[in-house]
Design a binder for this molecule. Sequence first.
Ligand code: ZN
Length: 173
Amino acid sequence: MSASERIVVMPHRSITATDVPHLRRCVDIAADALAAGDEPFGSLLVGPDGPVLFEDRNRVSGGDRTRHPEFAIARWAVEHLTPAERAESVVYTSGEHCAMCSAAHAWAGLGTIVYASGTDQLMQWLTDWGVDPGPVAPLRIGEVAPHIETAGPVDDLADEVRALHARLHGIRL
Ligand SMILES: [Zn+2]
């Protein structure tokens, strides 16, 4: 079976009123990352009872291109939460996880991922702008971690994320 023939079944739920403020915060963190010279990605972890337990932003400007916030969340969760707590936790993020972070999320046994903008959207923006998409295949979460429930994108927040990425690449919208 070729890659194009793979059938990906992603458990996908709708965005809820609870999700929106967390995604709003992720986009604000992404803006902070850009202002600090990093790439505009921000993420946070919400525990089983609803509190925000941990948040981080992209930190690749130092040269370590694995310093993605979703990867940091997976590591933090393994150190601080039980497997049961991880399974009930939700990760919010300004941009859908890359393949590395989807794998880390799944290995950590975390729960749902909610994203403001999707990988397909980011790839379309980069294509439109003639920007190199980088060295990692742009796989959807469901292609890497097929049992993880996802939700997203959210149109108006995705527009804000697009504007941040445009600024990163010096594109005038
Ligand atoms: Zn990543």
